[in-house]
Design a protein around this ligand. Structure first.
Ligand SMILES: [Zn+2]
Length: 135
């Protein structure tokens, strides 16, 4: 490939702000088919250190599975209250939560040690009718 073609692989106009179920504000989406047409999933990321104590989204559902991914170097850098189908869980990062399509969910950050502190929502848009990923 020539340099000009290679440069097209680098996407700098991210994130795109998109509306999403349960969210009152537009959500920063860093990766989707708008960035690269071959991508069949979306990755949104929110700096939860700016949202302590108040939920980013109301309890909502999606027609595809979503993965919450709370990344941190140290255990407990992010502590959040997770709501899955009306059940409440206290969760510390690092943690990955698989949310089946149609399952009501939301989370509320209680503490975030670092700023910024990104929490990812990965939408598996290519999965239809998936119901579980329980281990
Ligand atoms: Zn969601």
């Amino acid at each position: 490939m020539v340099r000009q073609e290679l440069e097209k692989l680098i996407h700098k106009t991210i994130p795109s702000l998109e509306s999403m179920a349960g969210h009152s504000k537009l959500v920063p989406v860093y990766l989707s088919d708008k960035v690269c047409q071959d991508v069949t999933f979306r990755i949104a990321a929110v700096d939860v250190s700016q949202h302590i104590g108040s939920p980013i989204a109301h309890t909502h559902t999606h027609d595809t599975p979503e993965i919450y991914l709370a990344i941190s170097e140290q255990e407990g850098d992010i502590v959040f209250e997770l709501n899955l189908d009306g059940e409440s869980f206290l969760v510390e990062s690092p943690a990955a939560i698989y949310i089946p399509a149609g399952l009501p969910h939301s989370f509320r950050t209680l503490t975030a040690k670092n700023e910024p502190c990104f929490f990812l929502g990965i939408f598996l848009d290519y999965v239809k009718g998936a119901s579980s990923c329980i281990n």
